[in-house]
Design a protein around this ligand. Structure first.
Ligand code: ADP
Length: 858
């Protein structure tokens, strides 16, 4: 057995091997240690290997799914080795001591799940493959549970941002890839080629060319190759549901890097989990598929106007008609997840229940098509979606006739084909029904014949049907005239058989077996019919999801009094009465009111510097405007009384290091790396929010950096920007930066207490109220008193010597610093241009590097 085990384990590689033995999946060696720890089950031993006991643990087959779920969640992959013959077959073929043959029938990995129990209903589950081709990367992503596949390409530098957007459960890379993302699975290079990709895609879809689906680049196809080869590997040759791939345009989405996503808490709060995220505050979808699509939308808001307007039109249509919206949402609420049912069916793991869900879902879709029947005021998107809802009549009729009302999840014991669908099946069922009735009649007859009122005919898995009498009556049957043959004596009873009973029981068994076979044949055929309509069904599921998203957003807008954002061509961001949806919801729960604020960024007043006390609401204000922009470009109404937004190409959000102490790297280093990324990437069409940047270092350093960063964003990037800071000294930037203006969150001291008004107002903050905030926080009175004393001394000193603020007056003007930098880069360019690289010796090259560094001003 060990030899067979080890061979299978070699095939399983770094996956845990579930080795089927009877009613258990057993794990051995290190696999057993890992599983015992993750699952918190007993680790035992079995036999010896190389003189040492073999660690072992096991999970019962009937409960395997929940154990699998926990192992996968803990980051493992599992290979399932099943018995592929019965012990009898093994004996017949290879002698009495033969081992049952086993094979790996499937690999279960985080990115290739289809089981309802292992998937989260409101979250997509992506598998992504990366193919580096020179300095570009191809990415292929698929949600196996619904078959949706997308191919895209990005620059190597944008990979972290792209992966953050996709939030995949499993990432595949080519073997030996440099800078591979952590946790990625290395796969053979040979499959990551554009030829393989094209060939596998064509084969999977039975087409000769991919041209009909868009234009795919070589890196995209190479990634698709790696992806499909992996799917083939984990499915042992059975491919899951694959819809035709679509190419995602790089310019199609609002660009956000990983730090921005995390700090805005778009789909996940910083502590992890959905609660507290923008998604949670916005999501009113009533279907899992809708919630998944909304998550996609918020993760990748659009960057082009027509798509956004089309979505907004649809939301507005539902917003304007609460009655139809209510009816629609009731209908959607009872809609099964047909996309995922279809996914299981195509992957060969469908159950009668999945077919039942298709039937119910497609019927519901047809009903919704009727509800939304074409009207002249329909927005374009709805007109495009409606046809996808109908057209399944033949399939739904078939399923409605064929299936019982609630088909079981297990198909092994039959009972899912409806009466009346197949006369032959009905006859078989009648036969076994007749026989069952005959057995019941037999019991009554035997009771009268023997005079034993306690006689029963019973059934169990070992004996089948038998006649049972209490032990004290046993003698009567043992020695009686009748046709009873003794089978078993138990403590209290004796069991018998009779010829008639045997005949009836065989009738049941035979008819039952044939009925099962008939149901199985019908099942196969129904599955085939469903598979044949896979693309249309997936289209219906997608259309329903889009409708659910739009109706849910309309619902949310209605609840919160949200407004439709207007899109503008010039880079402005004018939000009147804006609110932070997450903070507002949290405050409302505590019975408090959120103070709405305006933000008015226009090209000649594009950078707002925001001061004011800690806890005054600066971060909240910054984020709410970024979130409003995300919502608008995702096609949602926004929490504001009005909003006008010039399309944003890239959105950046950074929080000063002190707020991020939990992270591993030197936090100030992280802060600066992230800031550097903004300075190199933000454009005139970008929107940047910077919260206390520079805080992670000493006061002077921090102030100097904050100063320089604000100047650069103002003069070089020219992005729209909200910059929150507690450095008063930055207010002096307003003197030199014409498109920068000063704002503050208002606070007032009243009878010695600090009152935070959470209002954003024009002008610089008068002072920082730090000590008043400390008092709010409960710092003891003697400490506050001492701090006040120290502050008075410091302020006096500053007034006399000029101190910090005066020192800043001597800083060279930003324009001058820029000129110096430009001169240096001109000199560098010239020197580089004059080189003849091919004639350089290694020694010359080294000297040259030193020279270049000198030119660059170190
Ligand atoms: P800061 O960044 O200035 O330190 P925050 O934005 O973190 O302040 O806000 C601190 C707290 O003040 C928030 O947790 C919230 O409870 C409250 N708050 C912020 N903005 C508002 C507002 N506009 N209306 C009501 N309460 C607010």
């Amino acid at each position: 057995m060990m030899a067979q085990y080890l061979a299978l384990k070699a095939e399983a590689g770094d996956c845990l091997l579930f080795y089927r033995m009877g009613d258990f999946f057993e794990l051995f060696f290190d696999d057993a240690r890992i599983a015992a720890q993750v699952l918190d089950i007993a680790l035992t031993t079995r036999g010896e290997h190389d003189g040492a006991p073999i660690p072992m643990c096991g999970v019962p087959v009937h409960a395997a799914e929940s154990y699998l779920a926990r192992l996968i969640r803990a980051g493992n992959r599992v290979a399932i080795a099943e018995q592929v013959e019965t012990p009898e077959e093994a004996k017949k073929r290879r002698g009495s001591k033969a081992l049952v043959a086993r094979q790996i029938i499937r690999f279960v990995t985080a990115g290739t799940l289809t089981e309802e129990a292992l998937l989260e209903p409101r979250r997509a589950n992506l598998l992504v493959a990366l193919a580096p081709v020179r300095d570009r990367l191809g990415l292929a992503s698929i949600d196996i549970s619904t078959g949706r596949m997308e191919l895209e390409e990005c620059a190597a530098a944008d990979l972290p941002a792209t992966l953050a957007r996709l939030a995949a459960s499993e990432v595949l890379v080519t073997e030996g890839m440099e800078d591979a993302p952590a946790g990625a699975i290395a796969r053979p290079r040979s499959s990551f080629t554009s030829e393989t990709g094209e060939r596998l895609l064509c084969a999977a879809h039975g087409v000769a060319t991919l041209d009909g689906w868009g234009s795919f680049t070589r890196p995209m196809l190479a990634a698709a190759g790696g992806l499909l080869a992996y799917l083939d590997h984990v499915g042992r040759g059975t491919l899951p549901l694959l819809l035709p791939p679509t190419a995602r345009a790089a310019t199609g989405a609002l660009f956000m890097d990983a730090a921005t996503r995390a700090s805005l808490e778009l789909t996940e709060a910083q502590g992890g989990g959905r609660a507290g995220s923008l998604l949670a505050a916005v999501d009113r979808c009533v279907t899992g598929a809708g919630a998944r699509l909304l998550c996609d939308d918020l993760s990748a808001p659009l960057a082009q106007r027509p798509g956004i307007e089309a979505r907004l039109d649809l939301v507005q249509w539902f917003h304007a008609d609460p009655l139809i919206r209510a009816d629609l949402r009731v209908a959607l609420r009872s809609l099964p997840d047909i996309g995922r049912s279809l996914g299981r069916i195509v992957a060969g793991r469908g159950s009668p229940r999945d077919l039942g869900q298709l039937r119910d879902g497609l019927c519901e879709a047809a009903w919704i098509a009727g509800l939304l029947s074409p009207r002249p005021d329909h927005p374009v998107l709805l007109r495009q979606l409606l046809p996808a809802l109908a057209g399944h009549d033949a399939l739904t009729d078939l399923l409605a006739r064929a299936l019982v009302a609630t088909p079981p999840t297990e198909r092994g014991s039959g009972g899912f084909i409806a009466p009346g669908y197949d006369p032959a099946l009905d006859a078989l069922r009648d036969t076994s029904g007749d026989a069952r009735r005959a057995i019941a009649a037999l019991e009554a007859r035997y009771r009268t014949e023997t005079g034993i009122g306690a006689l029963k005919i019973r059934h169990n898995g070992v004996l089948g049907y038998f006649i049972e009498v209490p032990a004290r009556h046993g003698e009567v049957l043992l020695h009686g005239e009748g046709s009873f043959t003794h089978r078993q004596t138990t403590a209290n009873a004796m069991r018998f058989n009779s010829l008639t009973l045997h005949e009836e029981a065989s009738r049941i068994a035979e008819a039952g077996g044939r009925a099962l076979a008939a149901e199985e044949a019908h099942f196969e055929e129904l599955i085939e019919r469903a598979c044949a309509a896979r693309e249309a069904i997936a289209g219906t599921a997608a259309a329903l999801a889009r409708i659910d998203v739009a109706a849910g957003l309309a619902e949310r807008a209605g609840e919160g009094g949200w407004a439709r954002p207007g899109l503008a061509d010039e880079p402005c961001l004018t939000i009147i009465g804006g609110r932070h949806p997450v903070v507002e919801e949290a405050l409302a729960k505590a019975g408090e009111r959120f103070v709405a604020n305006d933000c008015q960024l226009v090209p000649d007043d594009r950078l707002w510097l925001i001061g004011g006390p800690n806890m005054g609401g600066k971060s909240t204000f910054l984020r709410q405007n970024a979130l409003i922009a995300v919502l608008a470009q995702a096609g949602s109404f926004v929490p504001a009384s009005s909003a006008r937004i010039g399309l944003i190409d890239r959105l950046f959000s950074r929080v000063g290091a002190a707020d991020n102490l939990a992270r591993g790297r030197s936090t100030f280093m992280v802060e600066m790396v992230e800031t550097a990324a903004i300075l190199s990437q933000a454009t005139e069409r970008s929107f940047v929010i910077l919260d206390e940047v520079g805080r992670g270092t000493s006061t002077y350093d921090g102030l100097a950096l904050a100063w320089a960063v604000a100047e650069a964003i103002h003069a070089t990037n020219r992005s729209r920007c909200l910059f929150a800071t507690h450095y008063h000294e930055l207010a002096r930037l307003a003197e030199s930066c014409e498109a920068l203006s000063l704002h503050h969150v208002r606070a007032r001291e009243w009878k010695g207490d600090l009152v935070l008004l959470h209002e954003v107002a024009q002008g610089a903050a008068d002072r920082s109220y730090g000590i008043a905030v400390a008092r709010l926080a409960g710092v003891p009175a003697p400490v506050l008193k001492r701090a006040k004393g120290v502050l008075a001394r410091l302020e006096k000193g500053r007034a006399e010597t000029g101190g910090l603020a005066a020192g800043l007056g001597e800083l060279p003007l930003f324009a001058a610093a820029l000129e110096a930098a430009e001169e240096r880069s001109d000199a560098l360019r010239e020197r580089l241009g004059s080189l003849d690289i091919d004639t350089l010796s290694p020694r010359d090259a080294l000297d040259l590097l030193y020279e270049l560094r000198r030119l660059a001003g170190e």
